[in-house]
Design a protein around this ligand. Structure first.
Ligand code: SDX
Length: 393
């Protein structure tokens, strides 16, 4: 009972919860939303339909989907004063900081939908977030470019509207490229939920204190911004760009990773759960080729990415540590080919993940049995000791 206590802890109980939303088998590379395999949804569904599935638990009928889409389209605009708040941010503000601040501010502009007990208010905050996050994201991009904002055009669907607000200009018509719209819609599906990842657990934990949905989602956006989580898609592009600019061959870089030089990691590789392969990475890789081919983009960074993957899949350092490409390894290349700047990549991840965050928050609010318990700790600090006066220290 003296000095630090060291514990030989064979098993550390991690905070966990039960849920009906997403199933992952990390060894088999299986991901299902409400029981539906991710590859079927990515191929056959749409982001708005998958959002409905995650939030309400079933694939919608045509009428239900139309009603959901029309409820969202009525809320795509922002309160005009919120635009003044966005205008006050410095031009070089990171769009993830703008996004989390603006979502938090929604709780001040829409105080008629803060209840965590009134189902109508929960529904209203759900719809407002689904509708306004793409608008806020587009505005964050326009702000960084010093370009005028565009109001939403509700004759377009959610993804098309976002593309037009992001890349369009008031002075001229903007025709949405169907290839980009379809690819972005599919990428949003790939990101829509992922069980208890860092940002989703953050949303649940903040919500478990009965904080309202806007506050909980704002906290999730902050968690997602970390480079080991959602920020990885930007970090992958920076890594590929550095390899390209250095003129190093890929093998030289991989040796730096294996020697852990300056803590360098192979960004976009590894996963806390997938110890075989991330099914989303396989789908994104296929799409990367398709999108670039259709857009006539010949990006040398894609060749570097493919070469890195080839080496890693054969090299014992990576194989023994079960390091395979994750969802972030190829998505950044597709976003770049679409014309998004690197700092917007994690914002795109947030738009995709929003329905999952909302579904998980609602599940926890509606069924306290699915709460994440209050995490405990293994105390390894000082044993009891008593206060000493200054002259005795
Ligand atoms: C996402 O949880 C989710 O579901 C997240 C996500 C989602 O949809 O929400 O899937 C999205 O966040 C994907 C992950 C994106 N992050 C990155 O790509 C960043 C790079 N990857 C890592 O930092 C890392 O792989 C983690 C954090 C993702 C997972 O780490 P693990 O599996 O817990 O592994 P670890 O940190 O315990 O490391 C085990 C070993 C170590 O080597 P040794 O100490 O045993 O010698 O593997 C090494 C690590 O150094 N290692 C890597 C590595 N990841 C782990 N070495 C080089 N490059 C890497 N990327």
């Amino acid at each position: 009972e003296t000095g630090n206590v060291t514990l030989d802890v064979g098993f550390v109980n991690t905070a966990s919860c039960q849920s009906e939303i997403t199933y992952i088998d990390g060894d088999a590379g299986i991901l299902r939303y409400r029981g539906y395999p991710i590859d079927e949804l990515a191929e056959k569904s749409t982001f708005i339909e998958v959002s409905y599935l995650l939030i309400y638990g079933e694939l919608p009928t045509a009428e239900q989907l139309d009603a959901f889409r029309s409820r969202i389209s009525r809320h795509t605009m922002l309160h005009e004063d919120l635009k003044d708040l966005l205008a006050a941010f410095p031009r070089d503000a990171h769009p993830m900081s703008v996004l989390s601040a603006a979502v938090s501010a929604l709780g001040t502009f829409y105080q008629d939908s803060l209840s965590i007990k009134d189902p109508d208010q929960i529904e209203l905050s759900t719809i407002r977030l689904m509708a306004k996050l793409p608008t806020i994201a587009a505005y964050a991009h326009k702000k960084s470019q010093g370009q005028p904002l565009l109001y939403p055009d509700n004759s377009l669907n959610l993804v098309e509207n976002f593309l037009r607000m992001t890349f369009g200009f008031p002075a001229e018509p903007y025709d949405v490229d169907p290839t980009i719209a379809k690819a972005l819609d599919m990428l949003f599906i790939l990101h829509a939920d992922h069980e208890q990842n860092c940002s989703t657990s953050t949303v649940r934990l903040v919500g478990s204190a009965q904080a309202h949905l806007f506050a909980s989602i704002s906290a999730g956006i902050h968690a997602l911004s970390g480079p080991l989580h959602g920020g990885a898609n930007s970090a992958v592009l920076e890594m590929l760009g550095e390899i390209h600019e250095s003129g190093d061959d890929v093998e030289t870089f991989m040796n730096k990773v294996k020697n852990k030089e300056d803590g360098v990691k192979l960004m976009g590789f590894g996963h806390r759960v997938y110890k075989n392969y991330d099914p989303r990475a396989a789908i994104a890789k296929k799409f990367a080729h398709e999108v670039m081919e259709k857009m006539g983009v010949d990006d040398p960074l894609l060749d570097i990415a493919i070469r890195l993957e080839e080496i890693a899949l054969k090299d014992d350092y990576f194989v023994s540590r079960k390091l395979y490409p994750n969802v972030d390894f190829y998505t950044g290349l597709i976003y770049k080919a679409m014309g998004f700047p690197t700092e917007m990549f994690t914002v795109l991840f947030a738009i995709g993940r929003l329905p999952g965050w909302i579904a998980q928050w609602r599940e926890m609010i509606e069924d306290p049995a699915t709460k994440i318990g209050r995490p405990r700790q293994i105390y390894v600090g000082e044993t009891e000791r008593h206060f000493t006066e200054m002259d005795a220290r």
